[in-house]
Design a protein around this ligand. Structure first.
Ligand code: 5RP
Length: 226
């Protein structure tokens, strides 16, 4: 049994939480893709009917190819369950997200949803968050935000594509991936970042999550309810 088996199993377990008629918020990333595939199977085999709202084009394309009925953002307040991935999860279940650049929409979706589920492989779980924090910034404010990030101890870097072109989010903004070393107080950092004018969203997530799923290298899946 491998991590790949565990990822598939994790997708199936999460898909069993979805009930007929649910409005499902789809986060982004590969772990969410495994969930979307499993949900697609249930729709085919059991005739399950759901309405899905995607956070990004990445997950929209996958859901579309499986015949999902997709809705737009006016249904955001009706989301029954959101399933999302994470880049890092600390021992207090704070997270860094935004590896795929979709964290602005993901943060709104998670806050809006009645039930919140995170899916991630075991390499994402660690004691302290220490990855660069994705900070989505309006282009015009970038020099100002850069200085403010440095003032609170950050080392920002513009996210670029392979050939050096800047990466633009689906909201038309840039991302400053910002190093803060080990993050001992994620709620404090999240609110410091959010207070900087020009910051659209930051990748520190400290809201309550109902269930975490952990896919392990030995092929098993752990469910952590909170
Ligand atoms: C995108 C995200 C993703 O959920 C995160 O990057 C995890 O992706 P993956 O499951 O592919 O590792 O936050 O903005």
């Amino acid at each position: 049994m491998s991590l790949q088996d565990a990822m598939k199993k994790m997708g199936e377990s999460v898909s069993s939480l979805v009930k007929n008629g649910y409005v499902v918020g789809l986060g982004s990333g590969s772990a969410v893709a495994a969930f979307v595939n499993a949900l697609g199977e249930r729709m085919k085999k059991e005739g399950l009917k759901v309405t899905a709202i995607p956070t990004s084009m990445q997950i929209e394309l996958i859901a579309e190819s499986l015949g999902f009925v997709l809705e737009r953002y006016h249904r955001i307040n009706d989301i029954d369950i959101v399933v999302d991935g994470a880049d890092q999860i600390d021992s207090m279940f704070n997270m860094i997200k935004g590896g795929g650049g979709a964290h602005h929409r993901e943060k709104v979706f998670i806050e809006a949803s009645k039930k919140r589920v995170i899916v991630a492989d075991e390499s994402k779980y660690l004691k302290y968050l220490n990855r660069n924090v994705p900070v989505e910034v309006s282009i015009f404010a970038r020099h100002f935000v850069w200085k403010r990030l440095e003032a609170i101890g950050g080392k920002p870097k513009v996210r670029t594509l392979e050939k050096g072109y800047p990466y633009f989010t689906e909201n038309g903004n840039i991302i400053l991936d910002t190093e803060f070393g080990e993050i001992k107080d994620p709620p404090k950092l999240e609110s410091q970042l959010q207070k900087i004018p020009g910051v659209v969203a930051n990748g520190v997530f400290t809201m309550k999550i109902n269930v975490f799923f952990k896919a392990k290298n030995n092929g098993t899946v752990e469910k952590i309810e909170r």
